[in-house]
Write a protein that binds this ligand. Structure first.
Ligand code: ADP
Length: 488
C-alpha cells in the first residue's frame, strides 16, 4: 500500500508531544511491513534540521489556491529517522511556518488549513494517488473535506482517509472565512457537516474530519468511550455517535528502536530486564547531571508538557509530598502558558538549594531519556489523557508509573494493589479522583513499597519492562482499518 501520513509533527525533527512519536513510530512500523510510506509536514523554520537527511527541493512553484488567489509554494523531501518525508514551504507575507514556534499563533487555523490544501494540491499536480491518506488531529481535519468536495471530482479518486484524534480538547473551531480560504462552499456550515454543535456560526475542522473520513480512530479504547459518552468529548459526542460505525480506539504503541534501555544512545549505561544494574548507574548519572545528592532514596520524575491537562497543580503538590516522604523529585517540563511557566520558575527558585529536587523548565529530548532511565517512578496525574506515551516509555525503562486512571493511562497502568489481575500483570499505581488525596494515596503507596518491600517493587518494575507496547500490534490494527476502508 502507498500510505501518506499528513501531520503537523513527526519525531525527531518536528516534535512538540506524543503526536510526533506516534506518526514516526507508526510510519516506521508500516515501512518495516513493506508498505510505501511518506509523511507530509509543514516546513517549519524551528525544526531540528540536524535530524533530516538528504533534504532537497523536489517541486518548485506549486501554486496553492488561497482565498481568491494562489500562494507560491515549494515542496522538499528528506528522511527523518528512516521515514521519507515531504515538507511544504509556502512563500507569502504571512510567513506561515517561519515563526520560531510550531503552534500558538492567532492564525493557526489558517496556517494548517493551508497546509492541508497544499498537500492535496501537490498530490493532484504530481499525479500521486496514495491508497490511504492518514490525517492526524484538527490541523488536518479539513483534508478529507477538501479531498471529497474538491479533489475527487478532479480525479484524485483512489485515496481513502483514516483520521486519528490525538486530543479532542483542540478542535480547530473557527469562523466561516476558513471555508472561503479553502475553496469550500458556505453550505458546509450545516450541522451535519462542519457546523459546530456548541458555537453557532462556527466551523469545526475536527468535526469535518470525522464526518468526511472513511474511518476515524482515537488513541486508546478508554478515551474512545470517554469522548463518545462524557463531557471529555468537548461537544463532539453527537458527531462521534452519529458516525459510531466508523469510529474506534487503537492504543498507541511506542518505537522500541528509539525507546529501549537496551539500545538507547542517550543514556550512559544500557540495561535490560535480565540485568538492570545499568539502571542504577544511570540513576547515579542523573543525580550527577542534576546535582542531586547520592542518598538511598527513590527518584520520582515528571516528563511532561506543563499544561492544565497534565495536572500541573497536582504535580506541584507532589513535589512537596515526595520530598516530605523521603524521596527525590525531578521534573522536566515545557509550558506554553506564561502563568504556568512562571509558577514553575518560582518553585524552581524556591527549591534551588534543595539537594533532593531539580526542576528543569524547557524541552530537552536527551535529558528525557536519562530521566526515564534514572527514575524509580514516573508521575502522570492527568485530568484527561487520550493515550499518554510517557507511562509506556517509563515502564520499558523500569520506572514505575503513578498515574490517574483516565484514558490510555487506565488502559495501560494496572494498580499494584487493586487491579483485577495477578501480580505479574500489575505495573504501577493509579488513582481515580483528580485531587491531592487521590494523588497522595497512589504516590504514598508507591513510595511505601520502594522503602519497605524492595523485592516487590523490583518485581513491579520488571512487570512493566516485560510489557509489549511496540507498534507491532497496533500497526496491524491500522492495516486492518486501511484494508477495510480501501474496499468501502
Ligand atoms: P502529549 O502528547 O500530551 O504531550 P504524551 O505522553 O502522549 O503527551 O507524549 C509526550 C512525549 O513528549 C513523550 O515522548 C515525552 O518524553 C515527550 N516530552 C514531554 N515533555 C517533554 C520535555 N519537556 N522535554 C522532552 N520531552 C518531552
Amino acid at each position: 500500500m502507498y500510505i501518506a501520513m499528513v501531520s503537523s509533527e513527526c519525531a525527531p525533527a518536528a516534535k512538540v508531544g506524543g503526536l510526533a512519536d506516534v506518526v514516526h513510530g507508526l510510519a516506521r512500523e508500516l515501512i518495516l511491513r513493506g508498505h510505501a510510506v511518506e509523511a507530509v509536514l509543514p516546513m517549519y523554520d524551528c525544526m531540528r534540521y540536524d535530524q533530516i537527511a538528504g533534504l532537497e527541493k523536489i517541486y518548485a512553484d506549486l501554486w496553492v489556491p488561497y482565498y481568491d488567489h494562489h500562494l507560491r509554494t515549494d515542496v522538499f523531501s528528506g528522511r527523518v529517522g528512516g521515514v521519507p518525508c515531504l515538507f511544504i514551504k509556502p512563500y507569502s507575507k504571512d510567513n506561515f511556518f517561519d515563526r520560531g514556534l510550531y503552534y500558538g499563533h492567532a492564525d493557526d487555523v489558517a496556517r494548517f488549513a493551508f497546509f492541508s490544501r497544499a498537500t492535496l494540491e501537490f498530490f493532484y499536480k504530481t499525479g500521486r494517488q496514495p491508497d490511504i491518506i492518514h490525517c492526524h488531529d484538527w490541523q488536518t481535519g479539513l483534508l478529507p473535506v477538501m479531498l471529497y468536495e474538491i479533489y475527487q471530482p478532479l480525479g484524485l479518486e483512489r485515496p481513502r482517509v483514516c483520521y486519528t484524534l490525538h486530543n479532542v480538547h483542540h478542535q480547530g473551531i473557527t469562523g466561516h472565512h476558513t471555508l472561503n480560504q479553502a475553496g469550500l462552499g458556505a453550505h458546509l456550515m450545516e450541522p451535519a457537516k462542519l457546523g459546530d454543535d456548541v458555537y453557532p456560526d462556527a466551523v469545526n475542522l475536527m468535526k469535518g474530519g470525522i464526518v468526511y473520513a472513511n474511518f476515524t480512530t482515537t488513541v486508546s479504547p478508554r478515551y474512545a468511550e470517554e469522548i463518545q459518552h462524557t463531557e471529555l468529548g468537548h461537544g463532539l459526542q453527537p458527531t462521534l455517535n452519529a458516525h459510531a460505525t466508523k469510529f474506534g480506539g487503537v492504543l498507541n504503541g511506542i518505537d522500541y528502536g528509539s525507546w529501549s534501555p537496551e539500545v538507547d544512545r542517550h543514556i550512559p549505561h544500557n540495561y535490560s530486564g535480565a540485568d538492570i544494574s545499568g539502571k542504577f548507574a544511570d540513576k547515579k548519572a542523573l543525580r550527577e547531571r542534576l546535582l542531586l545528592q547520592d542518598r538511598f532514596k527513590p527518584i520520582v520524575a515528571v516528563v511532561s508538557r506543563l499544561d492544565p491537562q497534565k495536572g500541573v497543580n497536582l504535580i506541584s503538590h507532589a513535589i512537596f509530598f515526595a520530598l516530605a516522604n523521603n524521596a527525590q523529585f525531578v521534573l522536566l517540563g515545557s509550558g506554553s502558558e506564561p502563568a504556568i511557566n512562571q509558577h514553575f520558575q518560582e518553585l524552581k527558585a524556591q527549591l534551588n538549594d534543595n539537594p533532593d529536587c531539580h526542576l528543569e523548565i524547557g524541552y530537552d529530548e536527551e535529558l528525557a531519556h536519562l530521566i526515564y532511565a534514572g527514575a524509580d517512578m514516573l508521575l502522570i496525574p492527568s485530568a484527561f489523557e487520550p493515550c499518554g506515551l510517557t507511562q509506556i516509555i517509563a515502564m520499558k525503562y523500569g520506572a514505575v508509573p503513578v498515574a490517574r486512571a483516565t484514558g490510555g493511562l487506565a488502559d495501560t497502568v494496572f494498580d499494584a494493589n487493586h487491579a483485577p489481575a495477578p501480580y505479574a500483570e500489575r505495573t504501577g499505581y493509579t488513582f481515580e479522583h483528580f485531587d491531592t488525596a487521590g494523588l497522595e494515596s497512589a504516590l504514598g503507596r508507591a513510595l511505601g513499597l520502594w522503602h519497605k518491600y524492595p523485592r516487590y517493587f523490583h518485581e513491579l518494575r520488571l512487570n512493566g519492562m516485560r510489557k509489549d507496547y511496540s507498534w507491532g500490534r497496533s500497526g496491524q490494527d491500522y492495516i486492518n482499518i486501511y484494508d477495510h476502508i480501501r474496499v468501502c
